[in-house]
Design a protein around this ligand. Structure first.
Ligand code: ZN
Length: 128
């Protein structure tokens, strides 16, 4: 398989995932609207429980919004021709990695290095 075929496979994964999120978040915001309407109903004055459910749904939608941004950024990189190339070493990121992590911007070696640097920086910060 050529690299272009590999990448169009990843594009399909991203687009399918995007559709799923859009559909799921539409479902979640409908539930949210239903909850808000319940709150206005004096029959359902169990505030604390509703607040908790409300919070959980909001954070779900927030997470989905974040993933949607990552997907759109990945699709944009695809259109710009930079997708699938490691930002650190400029080598092609292997298909297996892209299939598992379509938003990856680093090869696994550089991703590990980057994580260690992040952790190292955090460790230093914690001892301050
Ligand atoms: Zn790399």
């Amino acid at each position: 398989m050529s690299r272009d075929e590999d990448l169009s496979k990843v594009r399909e994964i991203l687009q399918r995932r995007r559709r799923e999120i859009v559909e799921a978040s539409q479902g979640a915001s409908q539930e949210l609207t239903a909850l808000k309407e319940q709150e206005r109903d004096p029959e359902y004055e169990e505030g604390a429980q509703t607040d908790l459910a409300d919070y959980t749904l909001s954070s779900l939608v927030e997470g989905q919004r974040r993933e949607l941004m990552l997907i759109d950024a990945a699709l944009q990189r695809m259109d710009g021709g930079t997708f699938g190339t490691c930002v650190d070493c400029d080598l092609d990121i292997p298909l297996e990695r892209l299939e598992a992590m379509p938003f990856a911007i680093r090869c696994s070696d550089d991703a590990t290095l980057h994580e260690q640097e992040q952790r190292g920086a955090q460790g230093t910060h914690l001892t301050l």
